[in-house]
Design a protein around this ligand. Structure first.
Ligand code: ADP
Ligand code: MG
Length: 637
């Protein structure tokens, strides 16, 4: 007999420590995780058997057996799925596939509430280790389908594990010529799982809709009599909608997400016609921890005529719908080609179009029928969905329909849609005004929107990073162009009913002064700004910065630079408010005393305060502080 001892790497040791001490956690989930692994193993072999039917010829019915032994305090789960060879036992049960998982889990385990989140262990791809919540030793006996050798993995969940050949007794435990046996040595905390009733109830609660039969052998012996089936073992999605309860849908959702929450939205339909498929899709309530992990794939499972093909097939879902969970079961796709070529099958593209349309129209419906649920959804997933605005032009209109933003309307407390905005546009207004920035709070007080607010012209707030990306690709909504209020020249009075025309009564003399001031400021600040000009945007603030018509918005420039999508350097335009006392004073000063020694510093300070309001950094903070102190000192005297 060959035995190999290996120690767990640091990641797993830490994880096991957390799991073993997870006092506040719901222990039931270990069984759900083990059953889910067994069901996956059956699904995988069912797929392999399409091309190699001999793999299951002697033992064609997939199934899972569970039994307990109160004498030896063991709980055993047996499946006749694909099984594992020696290398797979070592790799799959001895390492963590995703890097960073363990440290993330450790962070989560710091407080009591977070410990509860260990319930989500299955979502991290480490569900197997949940066994150590109830067991102090786990033995896994496995025979890979088509292979002769039988291997055993065993560990107390502390220092490490051993892998060895199976003994004659252990070989006996397998269900026929393949599959996996997981034996748990139940510790005190897990005693309830030595009761048939508890096992049965747990399976029914969490695994009823698994489409593999699960049997409970209630005799205390380890014989493999059939036992009694304890789940319904039919594909839930294949049943008529009218026969499925909300509880069953929710349970199925929890099964596929390894979660405990309820879906925000459930869509179940059967498409017929040119292509035929069934879809059962869910929107989760909570954003998954890796939504923005670039390696994250969509997690909608693809079945072909009830056979599981893949759980993250590229091309089935758009990446911007990667938060959607559920299953698609196709009647038309060929079963006997490999997963890679499936991606390029035109039927798959048609299915993708069909489900995308349906999800977007269901979301639109949700926004009308259940605005609260919709807003929760939007807060969690809106920014991912908006990637579709540039990624999938053909769905852009439907995506826009469900997009929500804050705006100056009702003081920015309420989400508005673009069509609401368009409906509220003023007579003569042809553009959708927006300002983009870090957050609504800061944007609300931007000097650039003062003139809009005073004229009651609504401005949209675009606060997601992604907004600056789609705005580069998308010109208009319903023929109305998107227009940044921090860019280019804006003549608000064109939109106005001329009732508060600012220029009325302005003397030639004062506008001449202002023009001169602009010229002089421009000369002083020419290193940093492209131009200085009187503003139509400002009402309260003395100055603001805007981008030139052909330039890039300052916020957008910053965002693009962070994402290394832009390397240019554009000088902004400094706009001055000719009605502001400070600007008036400077204009007079500049007019009367061309050589005032403080004028240069005042010019710098104007630019610096405009940059600060904008959230930009200062080129020379020390110089700024000096100038500021100087003027403060004078002002306080
Ligand atoms: P996940 O299921 O998310 O991959 P787990 O920790 O539950 O994470 O399982 C790790 C891996 O171990 C699985 O991906 C699978 O390859 C393997 N495995 C676990 N249980 C079984 C089983 N009963 N039969 C075959 N392979 C299994
Ligand atoms: Mg698992």
């Amino acid at each position: 007999m060959t035995t190999q001892n290996q120690s767990f790497n640091a990641d797993i040791s830490r994880l096991l420590d957390i799991v073993a001490n997870a006092l506040y956690t719901n222990h039931d989930i270990f069984l759900r995780e083990l059953i889910s692994n067994s069901a996956d193993a059956c699904d995988r072999l069912r797929y392999d058997a399409i091309t190699k039917p001999e793999l299951i010829a002697d033992n064609p019915n997939f199934r899972i057996h569970i039994h307990k032994d109160t004498e030896t305090r063991t709980l055993t789960i047996i499946d006749n799925g694909v099984g594992m060879n020696k290398k797979e036992l070592t790799d799959n049960l001895g390492t963590i596939a995703k890097s960073g998982t363990a440290s993330l889990m450790e962070k989560m385990s710091k407080t009591k509430e977070q410990k509860d989140r260990l319930n989500l262990i299955g979502q991290f791809g480490v569900g197997f280790y949940a066994s150590y919540m109830v067991a102090d030793r786990v033995t896994v006996i496995s025979r890979k389908a088509g292979s002769k050798s039988i291997w055993v993995w065993e560990s107390d969940g502390r220092s490490g594990f051993e892998v060895r050949n199976a003994s004659a007794n252990e070989k006996e435990l397998l269900d026929g010529d393949r599959g996996t046996v997981v034996i748990l040595n139940i510790k005190d905390e897990g005693s309830e799982f030595l009761l048939d009733e508890k096992i049965k109830q747990t399976v029914q609660q969490y695994s009823d809709n698994i489409n593999i039969k699960i049997f409970l052998n209630t005799s205390d012996e380890t014989d493999k009599g059939e036992g009694q089936p304890i789940n319904s073992a039919s594909a839930l999605w294949a049943r008529p909608k009218s026969e499925i309860t909300k509880e069953q849908y929710d349970e199925f959702y929890r099964h596929i997400t390894h979660g405990f929450d309820e879906p925000q939205m459930t869509s179940h339909w059967h498409a017929e016609g040119k292509i035929e498929y069934t879809a059962l899709l869910f929107l989760p309530t909570m954003r998954p921890w890796d939504l923005y992990d670039p390696s994250r794939k969509s997690s909608v499972r693809l079945y072909i005529r009830r056979v599981m093909i893949a759980d993250d097939l590229d091309g089935l879902m758009y990446p911007w719908l990667r938060f959607v969970r559920g299953i698609i079961d196709s009647e038309d796709l060929p079963l006997n080609i490999n997963r890679e070529s499936l991606q390029y099958n035109p039927v798959l593209a048609k299915i993708r179009t069909g489900i995308t349309k349906r999800i977007l129209s269901d979301l639109d419906k949700l926004s009308r029928d259940e605005p609260h649920a919709f807003i929760t959804f939007w807060g969690q997933f809106g920014s991912a969905l908006k990637e579709g605005l540039y990624d999938a032009v053909e769905h852009r209109d439907a995506i826009f329909k469900v997009c929500r933003f804050y705006s100056t309307h009702e003081d920015g407390e309420k989400f508005v849609s673009l069509s609401e905005y368009v409906k509220r546009m003023k007579d003569g207004q042809n553009e959708i005004y927006y300002i983009s920035g870090e957050n609504t709070e800061a944007l609300k007080n931007s000097p650039q929107i003062e003139g809009f607010k005073s004229r009651n012209i609504e401005v949209m707030f675009f606060t997601d990073t992604i907004d600056d990306f789609w705005l580069q690709q998308v010109e208009d909504f319903q023929g109305k162009k998107f227009k940044s209020v921090t860019k280019g020249d804006i003549n608000l009075d064109d939109n106005d009913n001329k009732d508060n025309d600012k220029d009325n009564g302005k003397s030639n003399e004062s506008s001449e002064k202002i023009n001169k001031l602009s010229e002089r400021l421009k000369e002083i600040l020419k290193e940093d700004v492209e131009n200085v000009r009187p503003s139509k945007r400002l009402t309260n603030s003395p100055v603001c910065l805007v981008a030139s018509e052909s330039g890039v918005d300052m916020h957008m420039e910053r965002v693009l630079k962070i994402h290394q999508q832009y390397s240019g350097e554009t000088k902004p335009i400094l706009e001055i408010n000719e009605d502001h006392p400070l600007i008036k004073k400077l204009a007079t000063l500049s007019h009367n005393d061309n050589n005032n020694e403080n004028f240069n510093d005042a010019a710098q300070l104007l630019l610096e305060q405009a940059r600060i309001i904008q959230g930009e950094s200062l080129k020379d903070p020390a110089g700024f502080a000096k100038r500021m102190s100087f003027f403060m000192e004078k002002g306080l005297m």
